[in-house]
Design a protein around this ligand. Structure first.
Ligand SMILES: Nc1ncnc2c1ncn2[C@@H]1O[C@H](COP(=O)(O)OP(=O)(O)OP(=O)(O)O)[C@@H](O)[C@H]1O
Length: 368
């Protein structure tokens, strides 16, 4: 396996782990190796290589094969594989890659739907030179938020939300969440291992504060909300986060001290969303349920203000307004503002109201 430019922390396992391990994956989730025809390579992860494939000679699929050199030496990777299979098989949502099946003999393989548009990382890199399509960016963000809403409602923390784990559909209209390799069920009392990809890693996950003997860092599903904020920032700025930091290895330190990418030149409507999502205090971050409502309303208001015919993607499925009491006051205030601008007179008033709020919000964000 070649050196990777992305530094990522994986759960640590004891390499001398020799405990016997037996797969307990139900038969319905298993495929025969002969059902799968493996084609060209399309991607590579830390422990796996992903190929295009054909299921029963007919259906295009993605085939993730765990690197045999690793899985044969370490039973811990078999456990990791099994966890990924069991989690992914439960994740049935339009914005999450569909699980097709798994093989355990002769190689460890996970077969999913083939998402043809490549990673969001590649998509954003390719679109950097062109103009920003705000509606498309927000619509992608809404897809991600909806996927995460579903993941969290199932008691799962993804722990590695970043543009390499988000795939763009072939028609370039939607994004799907992939890679549940380090996702875990949230445990009462918080999670403790340090995992994720540094540039997208929440401060509570990556902080290097000294711990007392036996003490462990705790975090919860709000770590994913932080990662989402960085992805949203990338979508609306078309820039790389922490690009001026020499090595991503330094990012955790800076983030733990409150450093964030710049909010300069980001549309006023989006600043409070990003700002609240990457708040230092995880409890101050909104839930994905709230973020989805905000993004839906924002997209609606953008569409109704536009002369271009810009309907929401799959509008009927985004019809889930929340009661005001369900959104936190900060976001509620913001939501009222973005819902209003329909007539010109009202729009002016809204802009007047929004500016001081946004200033106050920025001041709050950067207070020493
Ligand atoms: N369903 C899919 N459709 C198309 N391409 C895919 C699919 N799944 C994975 N890929 C490609 O393969 C790459 C690696 O996949 P994945 O992230 O699942 O592997 P991994 O070993 O878990 O990687 P990581 O080191 O990020 O955990 C992705 O970045 C993407 O380019």
């Amino acid at each position: 396996m070649g050196a990777r430019m992305i530094f990522r922390n994986y759960p640590s396992y004891n390499e001398s782990d020799v405990e016997p391990f037996h797969f307990s994956i139900s038969k319905e989730l298993l495929l025969h190796r002969s059902d799968i025809l493996v084609g060209e390579m399309i991607g590579e992860g830390a422990y796996s290589i992903v190929y295009k494939g054909l299921l029963r000679n007919r259906f295009p699929v993605a085939v993730k094969i765990m690197e045999p050199s690793i899985s044969s030496v370490n039973k811990a990777h078999e456990k990791m594989f099994q966890k990924e299979v069991l989690l992914l098989s439960k994740m049935k949502h339009d914005n999450i890659v569909k699980f097709v099946g798994a093989c355990i003999e002769p190689e460890l393989m996970i077969v999913t739907e083939l998402v043809e548009g490549g990673t969001l990382q590649r998509f954003m890199t390719n679109s950097r030179r062109g103009p920003l399509d705000l509606k498309m960016s927000l619509s992608f963000a809404l897809d991600i938020s909806r996927a995460m809403e579903f993941v969290h409602s199932n008691g799962i923390i993804h722990r590695d939300l970043n543009p390499r784990n988000l795939l763009v559909t072939g028609d370039l209209k939607h994004v799907k969440l992939a890679d549940f390799g380090i996702a875990r069920e949230e445990t009462i009392g918080g999670m403790t291992s340090e995992v994720g990809t540094y540039r997208w890693m929440a401060p509570e996950v990556c902080s290097r504060e000294p711990l007392r003997v036996g003490e462990k860092k705790e975090y919860d599903h709000k770590a994913d909300v932080y990662s989402f904020a960085i992805v949203l920032w990338e979508l609306v700025t078309k820039k790389e986060p922490f690009a001026n930091v020499i090595s991503s290895l330094f990012v955790p330190y800076l983030v733990s001290k409150g450093r964030r990418p710049s909010l300069e030149n980001i549309p006023d409507e989006i600043v409070p969303i990003i700002g609240s999502c990457w708040a230092q205090d995880p409890d101050a971050r909104p839930e994905f349920k709230e973020i989805s409502v905000l993004l839906t309303n924002l997209l609606r208001s953008l569409s109704s203000n536009s002369s271009v015919d810009a309907t929401l993607p799959d509008e009927e499925t985004y019809d889930d307004e929340m009661e005001d009491s369900e959104t936190r006051p900060l976001l509620q205030e913001y939501r009222c503002k973005v819902k209003k601008p329909k007539e010109k007179k009202k729009k002016k008033k809204v802009m007047k109201m929004r500016l001081p709020f946004s200033k106050k919000f920025k001041a709050w964000l950067y207070k020493p």
